[in-house]
Structures are given as C-alpha cells and as structure tokens.
Design a protein around this ligand. Structure first.
Ligand code: TYD
Length: 210
C-alpha cells in the first residue's frame, strides 16, 4: 500500500493550529479520506507524561532538558503512531513537529540550528512532512488569543515567556518557510477561520493530485 501523506501544522501561541487540524481533517474525511490527527508534545501515553513536565510552569527546566524532552517525545510519537499510520496509507496531520523545535529551541532559546537538524533527524527517524503549514500572526495577537482562551488558568511555561521570545519564534517559522518553499507554506492566521481551512485543504488536494 502506498505511504499516506504526512502534514504538519506549525505556528506560535494562539495561531489556531488545533482548531484547523480538526477542521481540515473533517473536510478531508468528508471527501472520503482516512485521516489521523495527532499532536506534539503528546500524542502517545509516554508523550502525554513528557508533555506534563514540558509545560509545567512550576518547573524550572534547564533549556537543554527542555530540548531533550521535546526530542524524547518525538522519538516515541514517530515510532508508536506516525510511522504505523502512514504505513496503512492514512493522511496524518500533526499539530506541531520538528519545525517547532527549530523555532522554539533554536530561534527562541538559541540552540545551534545544525545541532537541532541532527537531533531532529535522530528523533524523527528521518521522517519528514510532505507539507507543512505555518499559521502566522504577530506575537501580540497570538498571545492575546491564547490568553483569552485560557481565561483564568495559569499560563504554561511558554506562554509565560516575554514577547521578544515569541517574536523570535515567529521569525524562525518564517525563515523555515523561506528555506524550504516546496514544503512549508505560510498562511495568514488572522484570516477568517473557514478561509484558512479552505486554503490548507486546497493545497493538500493539489499535492495529492500531483
Ligand atoms: P500546546 O499547549 O500544545 O500549545 P499550542 O496550542 O500553542 O500548540 O503547547 C506546546 C508548547 O510547546 C508550545 O508553546 C510550543 C512548545 N514546543 C517547543 O518548545 N518545542 C517543540 O519541539 C514542541 C513540539 C513544542
């Protein structure tokens, strides 16, 4: 059976990835496709345990520990869920993947990008997305959206970071899109929700046809 298609959604806080993952999956299923939606960090039992540590604002994690947790989560996710689903021919949509490590730990925390490329290759077993959508908006808009959604709950470790950090993360995603234009497509995350879904579905459909 042909390998399924691997799609990732990326972007900063409050960019609407999670909502779009569900809407895109719904549209593709309505067109008769088999689709699995998953996310990082998390997506497996071990991954959800890692995620709880990764996001806990009460924990003062060293940046190297943070990086290695993201990679450990990915190593588990790729082998336990992504590869098996793709092997059955499913379309897999992951809410975050390797590019988040480049944007957050590379551009945000300052880790060497070459080192991250090597570590991502190890963690991902060389599995690369066919298509990646960066849902892009300013750091100010994204943070305001994610804080509104969270209401009274405490910000996680990343939402608590300064605006400057989130600006660097955004620059990182935009740099990735410039470096790999055939894979990474930037979508205006401030466009109406249905328009964002339609653009993503159209790009996936076009890629499947080609
Ligand atoms: P999550 O609640 O999933 O946020 P969002 O809805 O914004 O995706 O939290 C995931 C957080 O983890 C997010 O702030 C980005 C961060 N992250 C990294 O720093 N590195 C990574 O490799 C991944 C996958 C996520």
């Amino acid at each position: 059976m042909a390998r399924g298609m691997f799609i990732t959604l990326e972007g900063g806080e409050g960019s609407g990835k999670t909502t779009q993952a569900a809407l895109v999956a719904e549209a593709l299923r309505a067109a008769g496709r088999r689709v699995m939606v998953t996310h990082e960090p998390g997506g497996t039992r071990a991954g959800e345990a890692i995620r709880a540590i990764f996001l806990d604002p009460a924990l003062k994690l060293e940046v190297a520990a943070e990086l290695l947790l993201a990679l450990a989560d990915r190593a588990q996710h790729v082998r336990e869920r992504l590869q098996p689903a793709l092997a059955t021919g499913e379309i897999v949509i992951s809410d975050r993947y390797c590019d988040s490590t480049v944007a957050y730990q590379g551009y945000g925390r300052g880790f060497d990008l070459k080192l991250l490329a090597d570590l991502n290759r190890l963690a991902s077993d060389g599995l690369r997305p066919d298509l990646t959508f960066v849902l892009d908006c300013s750091a100010e808009i994204g943070l305001a959206r994610s804080r509104a959604r969270r209401a009274a709950a405490a910000a996680d470790r990343f939402e608590g970071e300064r605006l400057e950090f989130h600006r660097r993360v955004r620059d990182g995603f935009l740099a990735l899109a410039r470096d790999e234009p055939d894979r990474v497509m930037v979508i205006d995350a401030t466009a109406p929700r249905a328009a964002v879904t339609a653009r993503i579905v159209a790009a996936i459909t076009a890629r499947m046809a080609s």
